[in-house]
Design a protein around this ligand. Sequence first.
Ligand code: PNS
Length: 159
Amino acid sequence: MKTVLYPGSFDPFTNGHYDLVCRAAQLFDKVIVAVAVNAGKSPMFSLEERRHLIEQCCADLPSVEVVVIEGLLVDSLERYGVQAILRGLRAFSDFEYELQMALMNRNLRPQCETIFLTPTLKNSFVSSSLVKEIARYNGDFSSYVPGPVAEAIRKKRAE
Ligand code: PNS
């Protein structure tokens, strides 16, 4: 059984993230989407809110499980029996950060492999931070996120 773990802050989960989960589900027996803390970001949604939203978005994908991880990513790999970490690469600008994380994770845990997938072109410019920025200025972000996420952003902004 081949299992891949797809970590991210997913604040919020976008069509680009969903695109990657669908691709991974074609390649692996099981996909674990891991909502994790990025110490450099202050999130809009709590970890549990994000987990619940991603579960709703991936309800049609039976091999996908959504979890919250706290602490170091590499410390969760054994617990979930994963063979590899999955990360998305949208543009060349992602590469430096992604390479640094992949190498650091391997340094922390030598068996740790990171694989990269790219979303389809129409999702290549979508990012969680741009979605939040568009929402902040009352722009239309609905074509960049799955329906349940769009609804949750609207509710959060109305609070
Ligand atoms: O979607 P993001 O914000 O780019 O995801 C980054 C994330 C959450 C995967 C990264 O910050 C992470 O792995 N956090 C868990 C703590 C950890 O292991 N940090 C060291 C990374 S080398």
